[in-house]
Design a protein around this ligand. Structure first.
Ligand code: PLP
Length: 389
């Protein structure tokens, strides 16, 4: 299993992002971690190997990524997967038929789909609740509850959940707290430090940051939990190839730098939109009128580049989405390039309409992922796209 080295903990966030988990190649001194494109490893005799037997279980390129992200999250063990959903599916294999899970009601649409369309039929039961309110979460816990799953901030409504409060509830009920940290990234939010047991990501998004691979990663502190996850990783085998692990590792080197710019652009764009559209139509946790601005400021060290606009109708949303030139209409987020989408039909297309309506997700909403281009160009693009809307 991939344990971090003590020297990986040296330095601040940017130093660790660049160096943690990576050693110059012992053969050549290559400063970049090689892509170990191999399925197996030669053994010297029965039971004599260099710690690597078969690449489903361990691959040095993947391990460098796992150590790197584990360090950034303040954890001790990382587990890389072939996608964010593959990662979550493997985490869920910690549980068994009869177990009950409490889950945020505004989680990523794919998370809901995995639970509702697949895992529910395998004997797990789920309660979806508004995790903004700790009392509601507390009331949903039962003697069979084994895990509490939250995502904060959420997509696209930008709801926040108090991770420290969730940790207390989970501990009281002997349940694991599992946090999807994809939106904030470890640069702005470190759930393990607030009492989470497992933090996970779609590395497809900010960690890789260049929209050129699909991947997931889970990080934990505890050795026992790490042993169980390593067993599942190897037994179920949803692992990334070494090239994708290498791309994600290259991405994390600039994560702190990129997040600074995503955040600066997010704030600038949000300030412009507040002026242009008014507070009712802009959802961004870094605007003081956001109902959880205080929690955002306390729990995160930046607000990031994600926000949602209310344009009043699907026709208006469509007009906007067809007019943008710097922003591109696409699924996904967190890359250097700015993207926009229509959550109602895209990320949350698999969520039943009545569920969307109940939580206030409308067909007039568009989501922005502000990239790291020049803020003036993003604002200019929005200004053109919003004419008459
Ligand atoms: C994209 C995303 C996922 C799923 O990750 P994939 O890499 O697409 O499988 C999970 N959670 C959040 C918040 C996401 O944005």
């Amino acid at each position: 299993m991939t344990r971090i080295f003590d020297e990986d903990l040296a330095g601040g966030m940017s130093t660790r992002a660049i160096h943690a988990g990576q050693r110059p190649d012992p053969l050549s001194g290559a400063i970049m971690t090689p892509i170990y494109q191999t399925s197996t490893y030669v053994q010297d005799g029965i039971g004599l190997n260099k710690g690597y037997e078969y690449a489903r279980g361990k691959n040095p390129t993947r391990q460098a990524l796992e150590r790197n992200v584990a360090t950034l999250e303040g954890g001790r063990h990382g587990f890389a997967f072939s996608s964010g959903m593959g990662c979550l599916d493997s985490i869920m294999k910690l549980f068994r038929a009869g177990d009950h899970i409490v889950c945020g009601e505004n989680v990523y649409g794919g998370t809901f789909r995995l639970f509702d369309r697949i895992l529910r039929h395998m004997g797990l039961s789920f309660s979806y609740v508004d995790t903004r309110d700790p009392q509601v979460v507390s009331d949903a816990m039962t003697p069979n509850t084994r895990a509490l799953l939250v995502e904060t901030p959420t997509n696209p409504l930008m709801w926040l959940t108090d991770i420290g409060a969730m940790s207390q509830i989970a501990k009281r009920h002997n349940a694991l707290l599992v946090v999807d940290n994809t939106f904030a990234s470890p640069v702005f939010q470190r759930p393990l430090e607030m009492g989470a047991d497992i933090v996970w990501h779609s590395t497809t998004k900010y960690l890789n940051g260049h929209s050129d691979m699909i991947g997931g990663i889970a990080v934990v502190l505890e050795d026992d939990l790490a042993d169980r996850l390593q067993f599942i990783l190897n037994a179920a085998g949803a692992v990334p190839g070494p090239f994708d692990a290498w791309l994600a590792l290259r991405g994390t080197k600039t994560l702190p730098l990129r997040m600074k710019q995503h955040d600066a652009n997010g704030r600038a764009v949000a300030a412009y939109l507040l002026e242009r559209l008014g507070p009712e139509r802009v959802i961004y946790p870094g605007l003081p009128h956001h109902p959880q601005y205080e929690l955002a400021t306390r729990q995160m060290s930046g607000y990031g580049g994600m926000m949602t606009l209310e344009l009043g109708s699907q026709d208006n949303a469509n007009t906007f989405l067809q007019r943008v030139r710097v922003f591109s209409l696409a699924e996904s987020l967190g890359g250097v390039e700015s993207l926009t989408n229509h959550p109602y039909t895209m990320t949350h297309g698999s969520v039943p309409a009545e569920v969307k309506h109940a939580m206030g997700l409308t067909n007039g909403m568009v989501r922005l992922s502000c990239g790291i281009e020049d803020a003036e160009d993003l604002i200019g693009d929005l200004e053109g796209a919003l004419v008459g809307l």
